[in-house]
Design a protein around this ligand. Structure first.
Ligand code: FES
Length: 652
């Protein structure tokens, strides 16, 4: 062809186009991902491109040339009014004049990649449920009678190829003023629909709407509810916040909430109301923090364990309290926010990830989405440490999952000096193996207790207690310093040679900090504390070990610690304690709140929703409660690190 050659990067797509073809048109024809909200009218600037190589055509002008011609006056107007990054052009205005290479920057791609910070984590490909479209609607004509909505729907079809678009009463109510105020030009937010739902108009603005659309990724935990507010266009997290789950007043752990609903008429409804109210308070708070209108939140994704899942939906969790632990449904759910009493956009959609099995919930599915064990070349053990531990083991051949009742000890509950992770809590602790003296650091300060400036550093927070990661380090350090034996007993002052080992009732305790002189607390690790942690870590370890049996392996290649708490555990201490199987320390990584990340992926990429639905169907669930070997592993794993399993890598 004698027409100029146009090559787009990074896609590499190419074709010949006649001189004068707008870049956006060429991109459309080649299927290049180049964004546009205004449909090529030079208003939205979403179509920005960078000409990276252009040969001068016989006209002497290429898109790389900033020379003004007739055709880019619109662009000049745009540039004068709002500015344009140097070298950037509006793809809908710039025209092909000769052979050219055109780069589409990430911001101009609808399906842009949101880069995740961890090296081993996959990036998120944007594919949000709802997008903005600017349209020009035909004015009414007495001779061709038709409703304003019909003409809007017609415009969406002809200008955007959106077929069969549906709407709601609330849109009809604002339609006529919006069309007239915008002089027959409006921006609409359209939920793009899926196989079972047609596209739907969610919101309408007169003229060109410059703002964004938002979504929520919510990790509904038994202890805390954490939400990320995400920009549905850029993919960025614009605010993150959390609250305590208000259901705590009905029971600390899940089973006590299930029994609350069994013992109290209407107890399940009370808990449903509490969690929804808490959620609404959280959403108001997060929207205020981000300074956005709550009504612009058009999509929300929730992940939770099965009991929270049922209570949030308003389903009595009774059946989850007894074998065979039948869920009302384990499928994913697509609902409307109003059905769940959520005060966000009135037409907002809600998506709940599928549950894996009776005790393995949508939170585990979200972890699987985030950490993708089903795509791993090597064998990976993923543990999400919380009140329940969700455990996944697998590689690309198969993935197994189970849940293990660790209880709240890892979160500092049931521990004599325990507290939640908050400023003032001891989070790091070391014990000198010679002197048996501790040094520690508290949350909110970077300075160790034996360093200069410590008193000043903790002046505002004080030393208030010890949080989950602090307990784990303390117990592992006690074991390594020889003040604690493998069975979990603390030695006496005579046996250990340190006055820090004090008599505490009929057993001993290790005194970490005595603040009583200044009216502060005495922080010590007692034998009951150690037992609580032994139970929790044994539950975690035996769940992992059971999956390894089922997989037919004795070792794993790597371990991923997930969960807010997982982010703070030191790999070495977790292994000294025998929480996780023996594995090279550098193969133990932290994934942070992987369930929350999984929710975010499902929010930003609707394709990931069907992906995880398929993955979940392939995950093999193991019910720990009915496995005899679980008990056996549990007994062995109560010792520190373990009475039967060798830890060869740790030992060396
Ligand atoms: Fe909107 Fe180009 S497509 S400015």
């Amino acid at each position: 062809s004698s027409d100029p050659l146009v090559i787009f990067t990074p896609s590499g797509k190419r074709g010949h186009f006649p001189v004068g073809t707008p870049v956006l048109t060429a991109a459309r024809q080649l299927g290049v991902d180049l964004d546009s909200v205004c449909g090529g009218r030079g208003i939205c600037s979403k179509c920005q491109i960078t000409p990276s190589y252009g040969e001068f055509s016989k006209h002497g002008v290429t898109v790389a040339d900033d020379a003004l011609t007739e055709w880019n006056k619109v662009e000049q107007r745009y540039k004068d009014k709002r500015g344009l990054i140097d070298g950037r052009r509006l793809g809908c205005q710039a025209q092909v004049q000769g052979d050219v290479v055109i780069d589409v920057p990430p911001e101009s791609q609808v399906h842009r990649q949101v880069v995740r910070k961890r090296a081993e984590a996959r990036d998120i490909t944007m594919n949000p449920s709802t997008r903005l479209f600017y349209v020009e609607v035909e004015e009414p004509d007495m001779h061709k009678p038709s409703g304003d909505m019909e003409r809007l729907i017609e415009a969406l079809d002809s200008q955007w190829q959106l077929k069969n678009v549906k709407t709601d009463l609330h849109i009809l109510q604002s339609l006529q003023p919006a069309l007239r105020k915008g002089k027959w030009k409006v921006t609409v937010a359209v939920h793009l629909g899926d196989e079972s739902n047609p596209p739907k108009i969610m919101h309408i603005w007169p003229g060109y709407y410059e703002g964004s659309l938002y979504g929520l990724a919510v990790d509904l935990g038994s202890t805390t509810i954490a939400a990320h507010l995400c920009d549905l266009i850029s993919g960025e997290v614009i605010a993150s916040s959390g609250i305590m789950n208000p259901q705590i007043r009905f029971g600390e752990d899940l089973m006590s909430r299930v029994s609350y609903s069994m013992m109290n008429e209407g107890g399940d409804r009370e808990m449903t109301r509490a969690v929804r109210e808490g959620m609404n308070a959280l959403f108001t708070q997060i929207a205020a923090e981000a300074e956005i209108d709550k009504n612009l939140i058009v999509d929300a994704v929730f992940v939770c364990n099965p009991v929270m899942h049922h209570l949030f939906l308003g389903i009595d969790p009774f059946e989850l309290g007894q074998a065979p632990f039948a869920l009302a449904t384990s499928d994913s759910l697509a609902l409307r926010a109003t059905e769940l009493d959520l005060n966000i956009h009135p037409a907002a959609r809600v998506y709940l990830l599928p549950c894996i099995a009776g005790h393995v919930g949508a939170d585990a599915a979200a972890v699987a989405l985030s950490e993708a064990p089903d795509k791993s070349e090597d064998l990976v053990l993923v543990v999400d440490v919380g009140t329940n531990a969700e455990i996944l083991l697998g590689d690309k051949t198969k993935v197994l999952a189970c849940s293990s009742p660790t209880g709240p000890a890892f979160e500092g509950a049931q521990i004599s000096s325990g507290q939640r992770a908050a400023p003032g809590a001891i989070e790091r602790l070391e014990i000198n193996p010679e002197t048996k003296e501790p040094r520690f650091r508290v949350i909110g300060s970077e300075i160790w207790s034996d360093e200069e400036g410590f008193d000043a550093a903790i002046a505002t927070t004080g030393i208030t207690g010890i949080c989950g990661s602090g307990i784990i380090e303390a117990i592992a350090e006690m074991r390594m310093a020889g003040v604690l034996d493998a069975s979990g007993l603390i030695g006496s002052a005579e046996q250990t040679g340190t006055p820090r080992c004090v008599q505490d009732g009929r057993t001993n305790a290790y005194l970490v900090w005595d603040g009583s002189a200044e009216g502060g607390p005495k922080i010590s690790i007692t034998n009951p504390d150690i037992r609580a942690i032994q139970m929790a870590k044994a539950a975690l370890y035996s769940g992992a070990r059971l999956l390894m049996d089922k997989f037919g392996v004795d070792t794993v290649d790597r371990v991923v610690l997930a969960g807010a708490f997982g982010a703070h555990i030191s790999a070495k201490h977790a292994m000294v304690l025998g929480m996780i199987p023996d594995c090279p320390i550098d193969k133990v990584t932290s994934a942070g709140n992987a369930a929350g990340t999984g929710a975010r992926i499902a929010l930003l990429n609707t394709k990931a929703r069907s992906e995880i639905e398929q993955t979940v169907r392939r995950i093999e669930k193991i019910e720990t409660a009915v496995e005899p070997r679980f008990q056996e592993h549990f007994v062995n794993a109560s010792a520190i690190p373990n009475s039967k399993e060798p830890f060869p890598i740790l030992a060396s």
